[in-house]
Design a protein around this ligand. Structure first.
Ligand code: MUC
Ligand code: MG
Length: 373
């Protein structure tokens, strides 16, 4: 046993209200369930991670509640008592006893990495190859909103964050209505802005081939996951026929998925989420595959809070393959933070927090306030 031995793992469910309802294709979130994961070392250091999905199980099948069960019952017993520096071997042990469950594994892996970096008193990025940049472009996402609310939110974000690039969720309603709403939004806001859409895999091939060209004409510059995750042939057809870059998100939840997208030439950009991919190591592997094939990588979010977002920022700051900016705005969607520090957003960018670890420290009063009974 040493100061780096993992003495215990704690998980607690938080319910954190959002600043406004966030409408996805098939779900509207008003609060974000977040599993706060703490990894305690014998020497007294504690590392933090978050188990988070965008709203709930609709996105990929896991939820904060399932992550708690998997971590408490399956992953913790094969983690406690080992040195945090044995992280790779610990993850191999997890994979022997638990298949898939990447969101759960990501939260615990990141908490271990955070504890390790804090024990060395260095920023998390030092364990990931080191930072080569201190800030990254950051888009803002609008949920499905009525036109007037969307216009005022775009102008408010330009004012408060200097945002130049916006992601528009869609896919919940009539494609004709959605397309008209988005065309009017683009026409009624500054023509110096860039817009992309995320349909969360909910359009079928015919709907996509009918409406995406009209959205391209309206000025949409990127199609995120317009059609189902497994149908890479349709994604390739969209990528080659319409001429607007396609970003895969639900299609890539592992390095092997990225290889399939490369082989099928199904997309131009890969959304790298440290959550869906199972943590920082798996995200590095996925980004390397995309980079080797000439695909761009985007530092994407599952709407993590401050701890998960900071870890993803340290990842993106140490991964040159992330060339397509980020959407790591999660903490700004939460009505209140539960960390002592604030992540800084300015001039359309987000600043990588300083360490040790992720650079975020718990505000226990707020955490206790948000903890689910
Ligand atoms: C997703 O599918 O991209 C990221 C931002 C947002 O508004 O939704 C998430 C999930
Ligand atoms: Mg997406």
């Amino acid at each position: 046993m040493s100061d780096l031995t993992i003495s215990r793992v704690e998980t607690r469910l938080l319910d954190v209200p959002l600043i406004r309802p966030h409408g996805f294709a098939t779900y509207t979130a008003t609060a974000q369930p977040i599993l706060l994961i703490s990894v305690h070392l014998e020497g007294g250091v504690v590392g933090y991670g978050e188990g988070v999905v965008p709203g709930g199980a609709w996105w990929g099948g896991e939820a904060a509640e399932t992550m708690k069960i998997i971590i408490d019952r399956e992953l913790t017993p094969v983690t406690v008592g080992k040195e945090v520096t044995a992280l790779t071997g610990i993850v191999k042990d997890w994979n022997r006893s638990v298949a898939n469950m990447r969101f759960a594994k990501a939260g615990l892996e990141i908490a271990m990495y955070d504890a390790w970096a804090r024990a060395l008193d260095v920023p998390l990025a030092h364990l990931l190859g080191g930072k080569f940049r201190d800030e990254l472009d950051c888009v803002w996402a609008l949920g499905v909103l009525p036109l007037d609310e969307a216009i005022s939110e775009v102008n408010e974000r330009i004012e408060t964050m200097g945002t130049r690039s916006f992601k528009l969720k869609m896919g919940s309603g009539d494609p004709r209505v959605d397309t008209r709403r988005i065309s009017e939004l683009i026409a009624n806001t500054s023509d110096e802005l860039s817009y992309r859409i995320d349909i969360n895999a909910r359009w079928d091939r015919l709907t996509a081939l009918t409406w995406l060209p009209k959205l391209a004409e309206a000025g949409i510059e990127l199609f995120e996951q317009p059609t189902p995750a497994d149908d890479l042939d349709t994604l390739r057809e969209i990528t080659t026929r319409i001429g607007v870059p396609v970003m895969v998100d639900e299609s890539v939840c592992s390095p092997a998925d990225a290889l399939n997208v490369v082989r099928k030439q199904a997309a131009d950009v890969v959304a790298i989420k440290t959550t869906k991919l199972g943590g920082l190591e798996e995200s590095k592997k996925t980004a390397a595959i995309a980079e080797a094939a000439g695909l761009a990588c985007h530092g994407a979010t599952s709407l993590e809070g401050p701890f998960g977002t900071a870890a993803s920022l340290h990842f993106a700051a140490s991964t040159p393959a992330v060339t397509y900016g980020t959407e790591l705005f999660g903490p700004l969607l939460l009505k209140e933070s539960y960390a002592q520090e604030e992540i800084v957003y300015r001039d359309g960018k987000v600043v990588v927090p300083e360490g040790p670890g992720s650079g975020m420290n718990p505000d226990w009063d707020k955490i206790n306030h948000f903890t689910r009974e």
